[in-house]
Ligand binder design. Structure first.
Ligand code: BGP
Length: 477
């Protein structure tokens, strides 16, 4: 039986350097903002940019320093991905491995070599590397010295980074994402753009200055990527999930349109090549100035992305302020609770049809190929004495979401390049810093305090996903 998915559909899994690699000071790696996000109550104020925290503090535990030590386990891990039949593996480059401070003239060979070996390991198994150039990370030196992405200099440093990557991995890597979930820099500016706000600083101006710089950097990367190798396919990346109006009340519908626009505005620019009129008007009303430099409009216009990638965990609900009901957590934001949906252990609401809806919205809006680069269920796992986890809840979540995704392709005609399940191996949670929020097909023995052997064990979902891939999505049982 065929599913309507393309024959070369890129099935796989996704991780991010700061959540799995560890080795925070290995091979000459420099310190990055993401290293400084501790586990515990200070995590959120820090990733929001509310707390100035640019060095390690003794009273905090920093889970990213060792994470699951993929830095030394990557061969073992990629062998397991290959055993599941992965066609692609999405990982990110830690900027500070390549340029430890960010503003050096020459890159760090040890960092380049590390990723080269990782890429070669993928290619050995015919796994197509899908590289996120930056997944929430920024060298700390670029923050202390330049103020992070609110400084135009960052565009230059990023340009240097991408030139080095495109050149070094030419012919080996074809799929690239410029910035992970670019829209969340509006929500977590320290993690998304290395921003820390001074007392009394105009946060909105600083945030949109940083956003403009990332947009120009992204378009510049697209230009350079295509110049260096016309085979390169370069995508943007959205923290996705549609916003439903809480009721048919026009004010709620309007609220949902505004919430959608807020989240789509940055990829509107990356996909269409210009700032949407609703955003220009809003920024003008708020007195925010876009820091245009000669040539920016052209680079945005002429170097739009080749495809749209996104994460999908849940849909969200919008309601006008006056009527706003009970809220729940929703991937770095909050949402009005949807009474029709179940929730995960962390309150994220589970909505497979919302996945199909989101795929349709994005395809209708941009008419470019899509790539699902994150989806999955963060849950508490209870391993038996051998480390084996019977994670039927995860299989159920993925089964229903994959069925909805296949409907979007087969019935609605969405053009979809691939699907990478988030945290295909257990890793540190971005929002909470916990290990206990697990997404993987592979269990990693490590707890929230950093105890454990780091032993990898296949979960029940491992064999299930293997079967899904082998049947190109036809066998979801
Ligand atoms: C996205 C991030 C990932 C990832 C995922 C799950 O926002 O791109 O880095 O972690 O969400 O979120 P969490 O780890 O908070 O459960």
């Amino acid at each position: 039986m065929s599913t309507g998915l393309r024959k070369d559909f890129l099935w796989g899994g996704a991780t991010a350097a700061n959540q799995c690699e560890g080795g925070f000071d290995a091979g000459g790696r420099g310190l990055a903002n993401v290293d400084l996000a501790p586990h515990g109550p200070d995590r959120f104020p820090i990733i929001l940019g509310h707390m100035n925290n640019l060095e390690f503090q003794d009273h905090h535990f920093y889970p990213g320093k060792e994470a699951i030590d993929m830095y030394t386990h990557f061969k073992e891990d990629i062998a397991l991905f290959a055993e599941m039949g992965f066609k692609t593996y999405r990982f990110s480059i830690a900027w500070s491995r390549i340029f430890p401070k960010g503003d050096e003239l020459e890159p760090n060979e040890a960092g380049l070599k590390f990723y080269e070996e990782l890429i070669d390991e993928c290619l050995k198994y015919n796994i197509e590397p899908l590289v996120t150039i930056t997944h929430f990370d920024c060298p700390v030196h670029l923050i202390t010295e330049y103020g992070g992405w609110k400084n135009r200099k960052l565009v230059e440093f990023y340009e240097k980074l991408v030139r080095v990557l495109f050149t070094r991995y030419k012919g080996k890597v074809k799929y690239w994402l410029t910035f992970n979930e670019i829209n969340v820099l509006l929500l977590i500016p320290f993690m998304g753009a290395g921003l820390i706000f001074d007392e009394g600083e105009d946060r909105k101006q600083a945030t949109w200055t940083a956003a403009h710089h990332q947009l120009v950097a992204s378009a510049t990367a697209t230009r350079i990527g295509h110049e260096i190798d016309p085979e390169n396919k370069i995508g943007c990346m959205l923290a996705g999930g549609d916003f439903y109006p809480a009721t048919p009340k026009p004010e709620d519908v309007w609220e949902s349109i505004n919430d959608s626009r807020e989240h789509l505005s940055l990829i509107d620019v990356q996909a269409r090549g210009y700032y949407p009129s609703y955003l220009l008007k809003e920024l003008e009303r708020e007195g925010v100035k876009i820091p245009w430099v000669d040539g920016d409009a052209e680079v945005l216009k002429n170097h739009t992305v080749d495809f749209i990638s996104f994460s999908y965990y849940m849909s969200k609900v919008s309601q006008n302020q006056e009527d706003r009901g009970e809220t729940t957590a929703a991937n770095l934001m909050s949402s009005v609770k949807n009474p029709h949906l179940e929730s995960s252990d962390w309150g994220w609401q589970i909505d497979p049809l919302g996945f199909r809806i989101t795929l349709n919205t994005l395809y209708d809006r941009y008419q470019k190929p899509l790539f699902v680069v994150e989806n999955g269920l963060g849950a508490h796992d209870t391993p038996d004495e051998n480390g084996y986890v019977e994670d039927d809840y995860r299989i159920n979540y993925l089964r229903s979401h994959l069925a909805a995704m296949i409907d979007a392709v087969e019935i609605d005609g969405v053009d979809l390049l691939g699907y990478t399940a988030w945290g295909c191996i257990d890793l540190v949670s971005a929002s909470t810093g916990e290990m206990s929020k697990r997404y993987g097909f592979i269990y990693v023995d490590r707890d929230d305090q950093g105890n454990g052997t780091l032993k990898r064990t296949k979960k029940k979902s491992f064999d299930w996903y293997k079967k899904v891939i082998a049947s190109n999505g036809a066998d979801l049982d």
